[in-house]
Design a protein around this ligand. Structure first.
Ligand SMILES: [Zn+2]
Length: 81
């Protein structure tokens, strides 16, 4: 069996399989997008699929901190659980 890499949820800080997390990525030209396939270039931030983690991440600006940029509202809508 192939080992799935683990990543940390920016909200609950649990380590989970990359495939169980939503990845938001900031590209080199500072564009923020949702990375559905997990293979986009750039700095990524991961969020697990628990609704409370989504709510907490939005409220605490965890994505802004993790990616050091302002996350567009549209991204939050795309990743809403
Ligand atoms: Zn979480």
């Amino acid at each position: 069996m192939r080992k799935v890499p683990l990543r940390m949820c920016i909200s609950c800080r649990e380590m989970l399989a990359k495939t169980d997390l939503t990845r938001v990525v900031k590209s080199q030209n500072c564009e923020v997008s949702l990375d559905e396939k997990g293979n986009k270039q750039g700095r990524g931030a991961y969020l697990c699929k628990k609704p409370e983690c989504y709510t907490k991440a939005v409220k605490s600006n965890a994505f802004n901190r993790a990616l050091k940029t302002k996350i567009p509202e549209s991204i939050f809508e795309e990743i809403r659980v």
